[in-house]
Design a protein around this ligand. Structure first.
Ligand SMILES: NC(=O)c1ccc[n+]([C@@H]2O[C@H](COP(=O)([O-])OP(=O)(O)OC[C@H]3O[C@@H](n4cnc5c(N)ncnc54)[C@H](O)[C@@H]3O)[C@@H](O)[C@H]2O)c1
Length: 294
């Protein structure tokens, strides 16, 4: 997509972080916005800020872990604007915890919030886009964690690898179908968002205050580590420029931290020889996941 003016963007996770920053950028570029999030209050603030920029906007309170709510979100967008030119699936969460510690309920939460929400939106938005004349774009927000793994949060890596695989496979399907849709997968390393506030967005169905894991040192340490990683990340104001430039250039993979490119390459090169993950080769790069220029 090169021309944004008057086009319609549906953006999830728009109350905070990437979703909010990309919604404001879309508004500045003259797009009409449908914004969705589970955090009604903060979503209203994004809506007000978009209106102040002079753009059309509707806000749709949505819990993306509920397929019916995703369905309603898409229907409300089409009822208002009659089309969707850009979908950005940015709603997401991260919960710390090792394979033996993290409750199964949290695996379900993250797989629904970070993966199935994208599946449910694609199933509904692609048929709408295919009926439209102009070229359309879809960005799934995954992570560098969808291209290379590292220790301590297997649920996060599993959901992000799945999001990357989903986006690649659907891109192939769009090419086979000669569809008017370009898929993109956004794979940032650490960026200063509100991601470490994930607990504020936990739906009741994934809550069990009696589970001892949530009062364990492992959980508290994991939360503190996540906070440190995020608050020392790349400033969020660099992100809209990176993402919209990638849209203009029709890039499939949208990356933020070029210093990490060698580990992406090394993982791919190791696969044919059967060589697996080794902590000692990852270690030098772990510090580069932070505030590094693109
Ligand atoms: N910040 C980073 O360093 C980073 C790096 C790589 C990938 N990501 C990914 O980016 C995505 C967006 O995260 P962010 O960093 O902008 O964090 P964020 O917390 O600032 O924004 C996430 C948004 O999603 C919303 N949300 C959470 N659960 C929801 C639900 N069930 N229904 C609807 N909305 C929901 C939150 O309310 C919030 O507004 C996530 O998938 C995250 O994994 C973030």
């Amino acid at each position: 997509m090169k021309e944004f003016k008057e086009k319609v963007a549906l953006i999830t996770g728009a109350a905070h972080g990437f979703g909010r920053a990309l919604s404001l950028e879309a508004a500045k570029r003259g797009m009409k916005l449908a914004i969705a999030d589970i955090d009604d209050e903060a979503l209203s603030k994004t809506k007000t800020d978009i209106k102040d920029l002079g753009a059309d906007v509707i806000s749709i309170p949505t819990d993306v872990t509920d397929e019916d709510e995703v369905d309603a979100m898409v229907k409300k967008t089409v009822a208002e604007y009659h089309e969707i030119d850009l979908l950005i699936n940015s709603a997401g969460i991260a919960v710390p915890g090792g394979i033996c510690e993290l409750p199964t309920r949290d695996w379900e939460w993250i797989l629904h919030a970070d993966l199935m929400s994208q599946v449910w939106a694609l199933k509904r938005v692609i048929p709408i886009m295919r009926k439209q004349k102009d070229h359309c774009d879809i960005i799934n927000v995954a992570s560098i964690a969808g291209l290379v793994a590292s220790p301590s949060m297997p649920s996060y890596f599993a959901s992000k690898f799945a999001s990357v695989g989903l986006t690649e496979a659907v891109e192939y399907d769009m090419q086979v179908a000669k569809a008017n849709i370009s898929m993109h997968v956004f794979c940032p390393a650490f960026v200063q968002t509100d991601l470490y506030h994930t607990e504020n967005h936990r739906p009741a169905k994934y809550t069990d205050k009696n589970d001892p894991y949530y009062s364990s040192e492992a959980f508290k340490e994991g939360q503190e580590r996540a906070k440190q990683d995020i608050v020392t990340g790349m400033p969020i104001d660099k992100i809209p420029g990176i993402v919209f430039k990638a849209l203009e250039e029709n890039k499939f993979y949208i990356l933020t931290h070029t210093g990490l490119n060698p580990i992406i390459v090394s993982r791919a090169e190791n696969i044919p020889s059967g060589k697996g993950p080794e902590l000692k080769t990852l270690a030098p790069f772990l510090s580069k996941t932070h505030n590094e220029e693109n």
